[in-house]
Design a protein around this ligand. Sequence first.
Ligand SMILES: Cc1ncc(COP(=O)(O)O)c(C=O)c1O
Length: 386
Amino acid sequence: MTHLMETYKRLPVAFVRGAGSWLEDTTGKRYLDALSGIAVCGLGHAHPRVTRAIAEQAGTLLHTSNLYQVPLQERLADRLCEMSGMEKVFFGNSGAEANEAAIKIARLHGNNRHLAKPSIIVMETSFHGRTMATLTATGSRKVQAGFEPLLTGFLRAPFNDVEAISKIAQNANEVVAILVEPVQGEGGIAVPAADYLAKLRQICDDQGWFLMLDEVQTGNGRTGKFFAYQHAGIMPDVVTTAKGLGNGVPIGACLARGVAASVFGPGNHGSTFGGNPLVCAAANAVLDALEEDGLMARATVLGDRILTSLRSRLAGNNRVRDIRGAGLMIGIELAEPCGELVAQGLDAGILINVTRDNVVRLLPPLTMSDAEADLVVDKVANLIEA
Ligand SMILES: Cc1ncc(COP(=O)(O)O)c(C=O)c1O
């Protein structure tokens, strides 16, 4: 570890292989994975379709360049647009990069309209990444501290507060967009009111702003639809995703429609690796599995099963303040900080995460069996009851 920069406090375990919902460490101990590498391995580990696609593509062609046509990238973009109702896609390599593209689209649009300081409304307790623009957009002083000067051109509002956005609309004349997560993940599995996105859509329509959704964590079937906004019956102007799209290969995507889809022209943005043949082969295989294996509907069924069981098992437990979720994004908010549960989970053979100090976060694979889902509930409830 000594030659790695100390950007992560790592737990004392190393995994050597995975299969489905299970990981195995260097000693042969097995762990039930209720985190999926933070919403990345939505199809579980070593999914045969993805493994096959990567192996075949690695033996054919890894990379060319975006100087040339990349048919697998075209195919992936076609499919993403068909599944989402969006029109154009830019591919990068991570969630932060997908959001950078969204932020640049909003700014370029504002500058094209001769605004002196095009601004984007972002939310408290949000998370958008670790690059300078995305950490500025992120609603966490912990993420920002020490990296000043932050960027200008961002206004902040409380999450799930439509009134606050309306107030900004009355006073600010250089806003070009709202950037918001449909469900805040790092922010503690914060699920807004059911009509939140529709109301934001209305404000954006009235004001001529772009509605830009960060679906880096909520996307790719995790909440039960390909994108979480599809539950709300609205369309964003821009949507970003990453994590689950490659099931472990690094890929991010920024999708746009309408005016937003034609803001970028040649030379405005780019990425050496973005959307290369290898990652696109993997992502196309992920989409095959999501669609053909009915995994998005499965996320809803599994999520309901886990949420209902956790609620009944932990009912009356005075350590528990709230149990909430959207599909397979599940949060158990405790009355006090509970970071120690992560290491206790490792001892007990389950991978979980704690966010915002006191929210146990579960992001299990969409491929889990009912029995594995029940085991997640049992192991997590045991940890909380201990
Ligand atoms: C909602 C959201 N946006 C952006 C990011 C950043 O993604 P990445 O770490 O791939 O840059 C994350 C990562 O947790 C996220 O949850």
